[in-house]
Design a protein around this ligand. Sequence first.
Ligand code: NAD
Length: 257
Amino acid sequence: MSADGTILVTGGSRGIGAATATLLADQGHRVVIVDIAPEPLVGTTAILWPAPFDVASESAVVTGIADIEKAHGPITGLVNAAGVFGKMHTIERVRMEQWDREVNIDLRGTFLVARSVGIGMAKRRHGAIVNVASVAGMTSGPIHAYTAAKAGVIQITQTLAAEWGRSGVRVNAVSPGFTRTAALEAGIASGALNKDLLARPTAMNRLVEPMEVAQAIAWLLSPQSSGVTGINLPVDAGYIVGTTWAAYGGLPHAPAS
Ligand SMILES: NC(=O)c1ccc[n+]([C@@H]2O[C@H](COP(=O)([O-])OP(=O)(O)OC[C@H]3O[C@@H](n4cnc5c(N)ncnc54)[C@H](O)[C@@H]3O)[C@@H](O)[C@H]2O)c1
């Protein structure tokens, strides 16, 4: 990975991005975090890029990446964790401004940052990129733009992996299941989401912890995954495999110990 370079984490001030930046910094890497609402990570060596960084703005991404590389050297690892959740609506009530916002940040933003960083990686013949997709991109739900955007993230991961494979750049995705970030907890607190209903369909009957997603991302950035490119790794406590069991009467309980 990047004992010899900088790892950039977008959306690094909160949630999955913050957990990933913290883990990578603890592993001894030079980590720079960017965010649209930049806040430092207390207790880590991760470096905050103090200017607000909007992944959906092409000019801001292009100049921001150039400035970060000028200040901190070549980026050899990239984690695209910036994102916004989908608004839950019936189809009649989907507002196209909201659709555009979700697609612009979650899909277009992921592509813009990956392209701005990856072209330099390809020239240097070295680098690894991890995009944060979602199980929502592999299933369906009343979050129309979000599911489409996350399916798009899984798709561009494959295309970019093929694009840069001969240049020594690996590109992979992780697809978290419902992950216990502050954003998700806020959804539960507001009543929009129900914790039991989120956990019950998963094989493991629980939510995912941000650090569990971070561990998978760190592996995909590391030389331990040197032969892996173009994959989408669910980190979902068995959400994908568990959901279909409702049709057969539900998942079995663990035997009494
Ligand atoms: N938490 C979950 O259950 C879950 C599940 C699947 C996928 N995800 C995905 O994981 C990623 C991180 O989600 P999270 O739960 O950590 O959310 P979060 O809200 O805790 O963190 C997201 C971060 O991205 C930043 N951000 C938002 N818009 C941005 C923009 N335009 N430019 C730069 N930064 C921006 C936010 O300020 C925030 O710091 C998102 O892509 C989300 O879709 C989350």
